[in-house]
Design a protein around this ligand. Structure first.
Ligand SMILES: [Zn+2]
Length: 135
């Protein structure tokens, strides 16, 4: 940190009364508690075969608009991950990291495919623009 930056930080410090500081702290805490994550485009899945367990082969993501029966079904067991390509002499941590990266990439791919499907459905069937015009 440069000296000028440090000066700016020191200058920005506010030395109010304890009550003021306490009120500001409480306000910040309330604001943090009230902050909601942005609503997801894709609703939580339902499991037509019952919740949980190994019998749950399909996750169904249903359009939440009233009267609309459209849904995307996803196989909950998409099979093994593609073969790992690892350098010679890799460590168990490298293998673990590669498996995690593969699983994460697949989860991202699935989430993006679901978001694409919902975005298209909302646009084409419900004439909504879920991107908020940011497309
Ligand atoms: Zn719909």
């Amino acid at each position: 940190m440069l000296d000028t930056e440090l000066d700016d930080v020191v200058a920005s410090l506010r030395f109010g009364s304890v009550a003021e500081d306490w009120a500001a702290l409480l306000a910040a805490q309330r604001a943090a508690e009230g902050a909601q994550p942005p609503p997801s485009l894709v609703p939580a899945p339902v499991f037509p075969q019952g919740p949980g367990g190994r019998w749950c082969e399909v996750a169904r993501f249903e359009c939440q608009r009233p009267g609309c029966g459209w849904a995307v079904e996803l196989d909950t067991d998409p099979g093994p991950l593609p073969a790992l390509v690892l350098p010679a002499g890799c460590t168990p941590d490298d293998v673990s990291a590669a498996i995690s990266a593969g699983a994460e990439a697949r989860a991202t791919e699935q989430r993006e495919a679901l978001e694409r499907a919902f975005r298209e459905h909302l646009r084409e069937v419900h004439a909504e623009d879920p991107s908020g015009g940011a497309h």
